[in-house]
Design a protein around this ligand. Structure first.
Ligand code: NAD
Length: 352
């Protein structure tokens, strides 16, 4: 297969970790007989330097023409004090401009990194593997908001259309079909009318996925269950604000921010893939950043945008093998000898 990938390394460690992920993609392509072609594009601080804008039109246009997008990270102190302009505006511009409405954040605890997990081993069992599917372009973050005339009251509105809920839930059910066929819809249906509509739409969709087990949890209970009994979850489907909070909570059970990949999906198979972490200016340019979050992000790209399951498994297994062979970058080393960014990339390639 031939796939065109728009590559936006961005700033700081974004550049370093993307390089390793491309190395892994090339090696997988060679192993499985695919060709990946890359178009490198500017966004973030480097784009401000080159064009005066965090997201040049050309970047958005070319990203739209690609089969998927790989993003490193944007931002840094150099661009923190420019009036009216921030590198992070590129992220919102890309998500909105590319119509990415479903955000996928896996929370995986590798057995090898169990010591970095704040939960007891009785709770984490053989390892946690949860996929949070968060609605990304609707709800209270995009609803009507404002202040009263006297300035003494303020409001934000949670609003969802059935269409917005339905397309998010379809993504969640499709993903569950590729995993353990279990969707937990997280809401606040005892209070919120929008949540009651999420349940209604869920019930409408369920007959199309008879193999998928569905349950519902109120968000307050879900936040407790994530640390009390995380093994009960497979896919969590939820609104923008609840997903924002729960995915950060879930990320903490995995050990390091350097291990967390993410995907944002739109219509069809198009998606943007990026590590959860930022540009980490404190460690940029030193070859010490953990590239695994970005390498795991390209595994997600293969799985969700290109339907290359074996290829995605191959990358995830290689990462697992590198960890079980005791290889660690500084953030997960816990005092042991640490590998550099490039060396960890090489180690994954060697284990594909
Ligand atoms: P950050 O994620 O960049 O860094 C937080 C801490 O985690 C730092 O100590 C950093 O060294 C460490 N870290 C992050 N990724 C790591 C990795 N792969 N390996 C090892 N250690 C890692 O968050 P921050 O410091 O709040 O933000 C720095 C810049 O990044 C800011 O300009 C911020 O706006 C931007 N940012 C961008 C994105 C994005 O592009 N998606 C996301 C978050 C923050």
């Amino acid at each position: 297969m031939n796939k065109k990938i728009a590559v936006i390394p961005g700033d700081g460690i974004g550049v370093e970790v993307v390089k390793e992920a491309i190395k892994v993609l090339d090696a997988v392509g060679e192993k499985f007989g695919h060709t990946f072609s890359y178009e490198y594009l500017l966004a973030g601080g480097c784009a401000i330097d080159a064009t005066g804008k965090p997201l040049p039109e050309e970047t958005l246009e070319k990203a739209k023409q690609a089969d998927s997008v790989l993003l490193g990270a944007v931002g840094g102190p150099k661009w923190d004090n420019i009036p009216g302009i921030r590198p992070e505006q590129a992220l919102l511009g890309l998500r909105g401009g590319l119509g990415l409405y479903a955000n996928l954040r896996p929370a995986v605890m590798y057995k090898e990194l169990a010591s970095a997990c704040p939960l007891k081993s009785e709770i984490t069992g053989d390892g946690i593997d949860i996929m949070i599917v968060r609605e990304l372009t609707g709800g209270i973050y995009f609803g009507e908001s404002g202040r009263s005339e006297d300035g003494n009251s303020a409001y934000d509105t949670e609003s969802y259309s059935k269409k917005e809920i339905e397309r998010l839930l379809i993504q969640a059910f499709e993903i569950a079909m590729k995993r353990n066929k279990h969707v937990t819809v997280v809401d606040k249906a005892n209070i919120l009318e929008t949540s009651r509509m999420w349940r209604e739409v869920t019930r409408d969709i369920m007959p199309k996925y008879p193999e998928v087990k569905v349950d519902y949890l109120y968000v307050d209970n879900a936040s407790m269950q994530l640390v009390r009994n995380p093994l009960q979850f497979d896919v969590i489907a939820t609104s923008n604000i609840f997903g924002d909070i729960l995915s950060d909570e879930a990320s903490q059970i995995t050990g390091s921010i350097g291990m967390l990949p993410s995907a944002s999906l739109g219509e069809g198979t198009f998606g943007m893939y990026e590590p959860v972490h930022g540009s980490a200016p404190d460690i940029a340019g030193k070859n010490i950043a953990n590239p695994l979050a970005t390498i795991l992000s390209v595994a997600m790209m293969l799985r969700y945008s290109f339907a290359m399951k074996d290829e995605a498994d191959c990358i995830e297994n290689a990462v697992q093998k590198a960890l079980s062979d005791g290889l660690r970058t500084g953030d997960i080393a816990g005092g042991k000898d640490a590998l550099g960014t490039k060396e960890m990339g090489d180690a994954v390639v060697a284990r594909l």
